[in-house]
Design a binder for this molecule. Structure first.
Ligand code: NAP
Length: 302
């Protein structure tokens, strides 16, 4: 293998340690800890496991955490009232409404009801606007893109003047990471191209990339011959391609593959993220950092 492996698990552990140290320091000086509430409506098994992981991480870091589980038949009106309750709760710095919401509830209406200063997911239009302006305006970069940028920085990859190609233009990954990479800022200053299903020649653009960020949700979309030798490849894709029995637990688990043909790509790229164990572990980590930062903004520490 020629490429350096960018391990999300190692970067996650380092960042969580930094967050924990800051939480302890703030607790000592100000007698307060970051507060995070996750609101889960219904019993979608994937959502339960995501929320459980988020709350467990928050607890391990010494946050004040609340898991507010609500029944599937909760009305939109009641959910909006719940969001408003946490908007007003001084002990809460971050509000996360786990998606998808049950049918009959308007996701957009609910997300837009979150106080932008507690919107640690960074999906509120106010925070999307702040991200677009950049600089001091940015409060809560969305967690997956923030994790991607942090990995690029910590892997020591030069971004200034780099050709960055982003495959995918979703609101949660493609558009925000492209916007972040073009800002006049640390870990950015890149020349950015976004490609998608209407792009005429995907291979042409990918081949030019010094940093290739792939978030399409199509297993093996990026072929090894599309990768520029020595480039940095960030594979955001998480695709369930089958099932296997876990050696650890003996239980059935999903076989996950990225959007890049990893085995071949690692022989060409200079650095690359694996799937699983790459971008995946970074998302919750950045949620924790946004929640900590929310408290720091409130205390005037940022
Ligand atoms: P999405 O909303 O489905 O967007 C996918 C984007 O990729 C779209 O813009 C689409 O183009 C583009 N695309 C799809 N097929 C393509 C093709 N054949 N050629 C060129 N472009 C193509 O997906 P998402 O939410 O951004 O997620 C993308 C992947 O990242 C998924 O595998 C998801 O599971 C993963 N993900 C991982 C994390 C994490 O690790 N923490 C977080 C979020 C997402 P059009 O706009 O033209 O349709």
């Amino acid at each position: 293998m020629s490429a350096k492996l960018i391990k999300g698990t190692e970067i996650r552990d380092a960042i969580l340690k930094e967050i924990e140290a800051e939480v302890n320091e703030i607790k000592e000086k100000h007698g307060i800890v970051p507060g995070l509430v996750t609101i889960l409506v219904g019993e979608n098994p994937a959502s339960i496991s995501y929320v459980t992981a988020k709350i467990r991480t928050a607890k391990d870091l010494g946050f004040h955490e609340i898991q507010d589980s609500q029944p599937e038949d909760l009305t939109e009106e009641k959910l909006l009232a719940l969001v408003e309750k946490y908007n007003k709760d001084d002990s809460i710095n971050g509000i996360l409404v786990q998606l998808p919401l049950p049918k009959g509830i308007d996701d957009k209406k609910v997300l837009n009801a979150i106080d932008p200063d507690k919107d640690v997911d960074g999906f509120h239009p106010v925070n999307v606007g702040r991200l677009m302006i950049g600089g001091d305006e940015v409060k809560f970069p969305p967690c997956t893109p923030a994790g991607i940028q942090e990995m690029i920085i910590r892997a020591g990859v030069e971004t200034s003047g780099a050709e960055v190609v982003v495959v995918g233009r979703s609101n949660i990954v493609g558009k925000p990471i492209a916007n972040m990479m073009l800002q006049k800022a640390k870990g950015a200053n890149a020349t950015v191209t976004i490609v998608h299903t209407r792009t005429k020649d995907l291979a042409f653009h990918c081949k030019r990339a010094d940093i290739l960020i792939v978030a399409a949700g199509v297993p093996g979309l990026v072929k090894p011959e599309w990768i520029k030798p020595g480039s940095c490849v960030i594979d955001v894709g998480v695709n369930r391609v089958g099932e296997k029995i876990s050696e650890k637990t003996g239980k059935k688990i999903a076989i996950l593959k990225g959007d890049v043909d990893f085995d071949a790509a690692k022989e060409i790229a200079g650095s690359i993220t694996p799937v699983p164990g790459g971008v995946g572990p970074m998302t919750i980590t950045m949620l924790m950092r946004n929640t900590l930062n929310s408290l720091k903004f409130k205390l005037g520490l940022m």
